[in-house]
Design a protein around this ligand. Structure first.
Ligand code: M6R
Length: 607
């Protein structure tokens, strides 16, 4: 989950590396560092915390080398401080690493016994020492790197630089992504194409087990046995401009406001609004012949899949097994030959989701991936990519990617229903027409910002919050709780409203507000009963409902947020907005780092 960069250039590379690291800061922001070769010696600058600290450091003590590697860190082994920040050095070797070296404890003991001393608590430092030991035994730099790589177990993307060769960076990939960028008399290495976008759009993605020898005028790629391999060079779609906040305070706020537009783009990709049909898709399976669908994802993407389950089962009568990817990958779930698998991921790089995909691949299932980053590993390893057209999502809290994932899932469920004959042409037309209304309603909901900000000001005084919902509002309750806890650090839980009396009701008192997500749907009355139970115990209710619901619920609330009356199929998309806004404003009142909350990273490429 760290970001790595390497440049073999012809002008001082440190400023270019920092520029690339800014694009990778979504991967981690605990500390950062750059190393170059200055007058034949390795030199580095490192700083704890955000990249701005490293920039300050470099301003005071610039680096001028023409070759360099850089890193932005999300700590796994060792606290986030300057000593643990990358690059790590050992006797003329500099290294940056993303991932986890699983056998590092054993290697560390071996290296200590050989007289190597460790200056950090990281797993990465063992790699630097392993390579240095190979050099000391007489190996050339490239062979030394290759020999050391063969000793490593676990997940890694590495960039390695040698003080003895100012025209060489070795890159290696086993798990986390790594891309090589081709230039004219200069070459690049980075965690993704976006990091390299200002320098080149001619990219080669390394595959698992690949390692690359990168020189100013040549790139050679090898497999672990040392055989040269051919990897496709492709034009990247990576955007070369730095995505900015526009006139918004935070990326999260901007991304919340982009939703009407990106939902509209995403829906239009899958639905033929003019004819009221879902568009044909080139799928590796036939919905009509499936007996089950397996969906797997993490975090917010998982919760979108959970909403999708309701839709596939309701509209297409297609049973769905949905799992959190970190559970799915080890569960050894028996998969029927007539199933297909769908993986959902904004980044397309989430390690657990990717591992689950590979499990299904091994089991012979056809695979679809709903991803936002079209060049990601998950996209490349699936049989069909089902893109969300959300554009780059920078805020760690997922907002527009979530509603775009919902948009794709709704369209797919309609496609499945049509293929399975579980809805008529008239019903399909109606559902498509209803979905077409989502952007308009989303725009209306954004106008409730003042009321939601007022509620958030109140919410910021509490330590615990409970979210309740039924049916598709149950995953939304969990999404509301996830959003609130990750950016405001207020403890929050999301529950199926019907579960209240099976435990959580014991928590209800005047110190725990209960946010109830309840459009006036066919089970509204049931949720009202749950609200009565809360009210009877002195609980404070914040009700998010529609006009009909507000009129029908004769209950005292702390606040009622009234949304427009919307068709049932778009309710999860529309109700996602107030819960995102509530979390956002609460975090702003709490004074937290909204876009880069503590301990988190945007892309989780380690287990
Ligand atoms: O990139 P992915 O969609 O695979 O990421 C999955 C989760 O890490 C992500 O949704 C996470 O839960 C968000 N920070 C939630 O806002």
């Amino acid at each position: 989950m760290c970001g790595i960069v390497g440049i073999v250039g012809h002008t001082p590379v440190a400023p270019l590396i920092v520029d690339a690291l800014k694009r990778l800061e979504y991967r981690g922001y605990d500390s950062a560092g750059v190393a170059t070769i200055e007058h034949g010696e390795l030199a580095r600058r490192r700083a704890e915390g955000k990249l701005v600290n490293l920039e300050r450091r470099l301003k005071d003590e610039p680096l001028d080398g023409l070759i360099g590697i850089g890193h932005t860190r999300w700590a796994t082994h060792g606290v986030p401080n300057e000593t643990n920040a990358h690059p790590h050095f050992s006797n003329g070797v500099a290294i940056v690493h993303n991932g986890i070296i699983e056998n590092f404890a054993e290697l560390r003991q071996e290296l200590i016994a050989d007289g190597y001393t460790f200056s950090s608590q990281t797993d990465t430092e063992v790699v630097a020492h392993l390579i240095a030991r190979e050099l000391a035994a007489g190996a050339e730099p490239v062979a030394a790197a290759h020999n050391a790589l063969k000793r490593l177990q676990g997940a890694f993307a590495l960039a390695i630089m040698f003080k003895s060769d100012e025209d060489l960076i070795v890159g290696a990939r086993n798990g986390p992504p790594l891309a090589v960028g081709h230039g004219e008399g200069e070459m690049f290495l980075g965690s993704d194409a976006i990091a390299l976008a200002p320098f080149t759009n001619s990219i080669t993605y390394l595959e698992d087990g690949d390692w690359a020898v990168i020189r100013r005028n040549e790139i050679s790629i090898f497999d672990m046995d040392g055989n040269r391999v051919d990897r496709k060079r492709q034009q990247s779609l990576g955007t070369s401009f730095m995505v900015d906040k526009g006139n918004h305070r935070h990326f999260m706020e901007k991304e919340i406001h982009e939703q009407p537009e990106v939902i509209s783009h995403t829906l239009a990709h899958y639905l033929d609004f003019a004819n009221g049909r879902s568009k044909p898709l080139d799928l590796p399976f036939d919905f009509a012949k499936l007996d089950r669908l397996a969906i797997s994802a993490c975090g917010t993407a998982y919760l979108s899949g959970l909403v999708g389950k309701y839709w596939f089962e309701r509209f297409a009568r297609l049973p769905v097994d949905i799992d959190i990817a970190s559970e799915f990958r080890y569960r050894e779930m028996p998969l029927s030959k007539d199933s297909a698998a769908i993986f959902i991921s904004q980044s397309g790089e989430t390690a657990d989701t990717l591992a689950s995909l590979r499990y299904c691949r091994k089991e012979g299932l056809p695979i679809g991936a709903i991803v936002n980053v079209r060049e990601s590993t998950i996209a490349r390893e699936s049989d069909v990519t089902l893109p969300t057209l959300a554009g780059p999502e920078i805020g760690v809290a997922s907002t527009k990617a979530f509603t775009c994932q919902l948009s794709v899932l709704a369209a797919l469920a309609i496609r499945a229903a049509e293929a399975r004959g579980t809805i008529s042409a008239e019903e399909e037309k109606l559902l498509v027409r209803q979905l077409a209304e989502a952007p308009r309603f989303a725009t209306q909901v954004l106008k409730l910002d003042q009321q939601i900000e007022k509620v958030a000001r109140e919410l910021a005084h509490y330590k615990h919050v409970l979210y309740l919902g039924r049916d598709t509002n149950y995953p939304l309750a969990m999404e509301g709780a996830l959003k609130l806890k990750e950016i405001s650090y207020i403890h929050a839980e999301g529950y199926a409203a019907g579960e209240l009396k099976h435990g959580p009701i014991a928590l209800i008192d005047e110190n725990m507000p209960v946010i109830v997500i309840a459009p006036h749907d066919r089970i509204f009355e049931k949720t009202v009963s749950n609200m009565q139970e809360v009210a009877a115990r002195g609980g404070k209710i914040i009700l998010i409902t529609d006009r009909k619901g507000a009129a029908a619920a004769s209950i005292d609330t702390m606040e009622t947020i009234v949304l427009p009356d919307v068709p049932e199929i778009i309710a999860p998309i529309i109700y996602a907005l107030p819960i995102q806004m509530l979390a956002y404003f609460t975090a702003v009142f709490m004074g937290t780092d909204v876009d880069q909350p503590r301990n988190l990273a945007k892309s989780v490429t380690v287990e």
